[in-house]
Design a binder for this molecule. Sequence first.
Ligand code: BES
Ligand code: MN
Ligand code: ZN
Length: 495
Amino acid sequence: MDHALKGGKPENVRTDCLILPIGPERELGATAKKLDAISDGRITRALERGDLGRSLGRTLLLAEPAGLRTPRLLLVQSGKLPLDAAGFRKLVRSAVAAVVTTGATDATLCLDDVDVKDHDPSWCAAEAVMQASEETYRFHDYLSEPGEALQVNLHRFNLHQSAAGRAGIDRAIKDAVAIAGGVATARTLGNLPGNVCHPTYLAAEARKLGQGSKQLSVRILDEKQMKSLGMGAFLSVTAGTEQPAKLIVMEYRGGAQKAKPLVLVGKGITFDTGGISIKAGPGMDEMKFDMCGAASVFGTMQAVLAMELPLNVVALVAAAENMPSGSASRPGDIVRTMSGQTVEILNTDAEGRMVLCDTLTYAERYKPEAVVDIATLTGACVIALGNHASALYANDDELAAGLLGAGERSGDRAWRMPLWEDYQQQLRSNFADMANVGGREAGSVTAACFLSRYTRNYRWAHLDVAGSAWNTGTKKGATGRPVRLLVEWLRSHVG
Ligand code: BES
Ligand code: MN
Ligand code: ZN
């Protein structure tokens, strides 16, 4: 989708659909008043009939308004002004959803009468672009005949602002396009089925991302290389599958030569059957989403590249498939990790932490400024926080605060959970340095505790995105979270 910022008189805007926010109690903003007068009271008459509704996001489509250069005028209820950020997001989403039901190929959102608390017009423009992109995202690669609901005529979504003062808005829109592109990539990688999106596919995606970029170099470690690094935990997960595992390394150099890199680590289990500790049948298809942490790392790197952030960022993707077979790991097996610590595999379904622990040890070689791993790690996380927040764990308060702030600002929120020593004892094993599971209680916490034993040498945070990375039920599909949080966090290191 294309985007541009338009200026000038609102009545002169040429567009397939003009989106006009309207406040409650029928009080019109300056621009709405003007358009109402030009169209002989078309807007006030509709409002007097009560056709718009008073709750935020209600819409009303007026066809062929007189005096305007648009065949469609879409009124959207803004509710009481000023809006908060969440309210503005909702307004844009509702308006775009309404436009998409029409034949309009381009739409223009008029920002004149909008007031969002603590946010300027460039924020509004950027946010509108990102929300429009998310609202019009579709995934129908495998449908022979995509139904009407999957088709989107809208190809251009513009912003209009009558007054001058456009400084910075164009740049904000450009960055928003980059972030929206990253979110869409994360969603698509997540939505692709496990028979297509396997570790080798992800490796090829990484190579594609690096192609033609001087700043991004890509390396793929195969199982042989992992073996010589001593990654016994990582390899225990891939033992049962025909799909070769990959440790994907993407190094982005946009910052100063000797600036320490920020490292992102993604769990990329392209399908998680549970292995010998096999999962129940119903809903197992959703375990194709078990690489959404990796997908968010890809999306974030794509955005970083497009925005040319002046930072050094390293992405490590632990890509493997967890399958049962004659060669699969058994419960009770003991493996040695790259760190030297041994692990008793009490449950082969706790595979995410097994691929991550060795990848986190690998991250030490970068002498990182900080490391953040992103993983659909535990079902317990979904029970704790649902799909509203990602669970955040960190061994450093400043790092935690930075990530929580980025989540708040982007609307892609996280909530901090404890990493207290008290939980560590749940990981005791009779036969190895630790077990890979800590029992039923506090499952998301003990998974994080496991990882914490491999991240003692640097500042580290862990995002359990099991609840936030995809939707279940009728809206089943990847959300692209936490790309927005991660990009916002990376941006906060610029300057
Ligand atoms: N990928 C799953 C976590 C998961 C399960 C995410 C359901 C979203 C929905 C992970 O590999 C897993 O299976 N975790 C186990 C850990 C347990 C064996 C300690 C879990 O959560 O049941
Ligand atoms: Mn599992
Ligand atoms: Zn898993």
